[in-house]
Design a binder for this molecule. Structure first.
Ligand SMILES: *Cc1c(COP(=O)(O)O)cnc(C)c1O
Length: 380
């Protein structure tokens, strides 16, 4: 099965027709417990739905196939997946290197929650492998990377940082939410674990919150599965089903997200009210060559800075009509937001603070002409 191409796996991996009825889509097994034929006589290993549920199993097998991993695990949210991973990997006194433009929730998890359990962390510019190496300590157990990053679309060379991690005996974790496995497969580039908020491109329709972990290491996969069951923040059957349905169209959606985002980045680059555009597809972007090497295309996220400072940036967000003002990303509908006051408000005053005149777009799959018109009007 794993010889098949991404588009085929997205539709079929983990989703053989239902043996009982032939249903071509995995049923939503909305159930908590399973009849045993005799004590310990489980049918297909199902005992209790926190431990395993057939709809979730279908998603977990699908995720493993798409990331070319050996074990996929589905959670109630991206943050639940991150929490499970950190509590599996780390002990008091351990240290983690995190990126200087991490997702705000990831930063909050380290700085406000995990730190209280005696885990140390420090911030590095992961787009510079030498800076990551310089941040290592004796007890560095993990290096955390997001590429492209949020909201500045920074690019980290996954292979180069995987080398740093290997020599340090640390695990390399890549949050692949912005790229999706269609555009980038970190395990093949040397990462140990991939993290997803399936809420975003994987679900793709702004109708579900979910998370995932995928690893190529069987032993780590077992440990993560043990903690997933022990801690219990699993994806419910209906949520797992929604993510599975979203993934079937991931490839075609991403193609359109990328094409639309490239056109919008082009419009913004020449615009008189825009001082800087952050899109890895632009030849002038600092990470352009690395992105071209490790990604199939450059993604659907575009950020930009405007003349006139914070007030002007907020005004652009308020004036957009087709771009919906809202947090989150990766859905079919275009979104616009002001990171400084919205998604990244919790990073204010920290090393992760974002520019006040920054606007972030999650470019959807509507007609690009309508999107260009809306942005032009919002900027005028
Ligand atoms: C949204 C997001 C998360 C957190 O996922 P939730 O599903 O909201 O818990 C983590 N990382 C990135 C890059 C995200 O965009």
């Amino acid at each position: 099965m794993t010889d098949q191409s991404f588009e085929t796996l997205a539709i079929h991996a983990g989703q053989a027709a239902d043996p009982a009825t032939g249903a071509v889509v995995p049923p939503i097994h909305q159930v908590s417990t399973y009849k045993q034929d005799h004590v310990g006589g489980l049918r297909g290993g199902y005992e209790y739905s926190r431990s395993a549920n057939p709809t979730r199993t279908a998603l977990e097998e699908n995720l493993a196939a798409l990331e070319h991993g050996r074990r996929g695990l589905a959670f109630a949210s991206g943050m639940a997946a991150e929490d499970c991973l950190l509590r599996t990997l780390l002990r008091p006194g351990d240290h983690v290197v995190i990126p200087n433009d991490a997702y705000g929730g990831t930063f909050r998890l380290f700085s406000r929650v995990v730190e209280r359990w005696g885990v140390e962390w420090s911030v590095a510019d992961t787009s510079d492998p030498a800076a990551v190496r310089a941040a290592l300590r004796d007890r560095t157990k993990a290096i955390w990377v997001e590429t492209p990053s949020n909201p500045l679309l920074g690019i980290t060379d996954i292979e180069a940082v995987a080398d740093v991690a290997r020599t340090a005996g640390a695990r390399l974790v890549v949050d692949n939410t912005f790229a999706s496995p269609y555009l980038q497969q970190p395990l093949a580039l040397g990462a140990d674990v991939v993290v997803h908020s399936t809420t975003k491109y994987m679900g793709g329709h702004s109708d579900v919150v979910g998370g995932a972990l995928v690893t190529g290491d069987d032993e780590l996969g077992e440990e993560l599965a043990y903690h997933q069951n022990a801690m219990g923040a699993v994806a419910g059957p209906f949520d797992a089903w929604l993510v599975l349905r979203g993934i079937k169209t991931l490839a075609v959606r991403m193609d359109r997200h990328c094409a639309n985002a490239a056109r919008i980045a082009e419009l913004l680059t020449g615009h008189q009210s825009v001082t800087e555009v952050y899109y890895p597809g632009l030849p002038g972007h600092a990470g352009h060559e690395t992105a071209a090497k490790q990604m199939r295309a450059f993604g659907g996220m575009v950020s930009f800075r405007v003349t006139g400072g914070e007030e002007a940036a907020v005004r652009v967000c308020d004036r957009a009509r087709l771009f919906t003002l809202g947090e989150s990303l990766g859905g079919v509908e275009s979104l616009i937001e002001h990171p400084g006051r919205m998604t990244h408000a919790s990073a204010a005053g920290s090393a992760l603070q974002v520019p006040a005149d920054l606007v972030r777009l999650s470019v959807g799959i509507e007609s690009v002409d309508d999107l260009l018109t809306d942005l032009t009007e919002a900027l005028s």
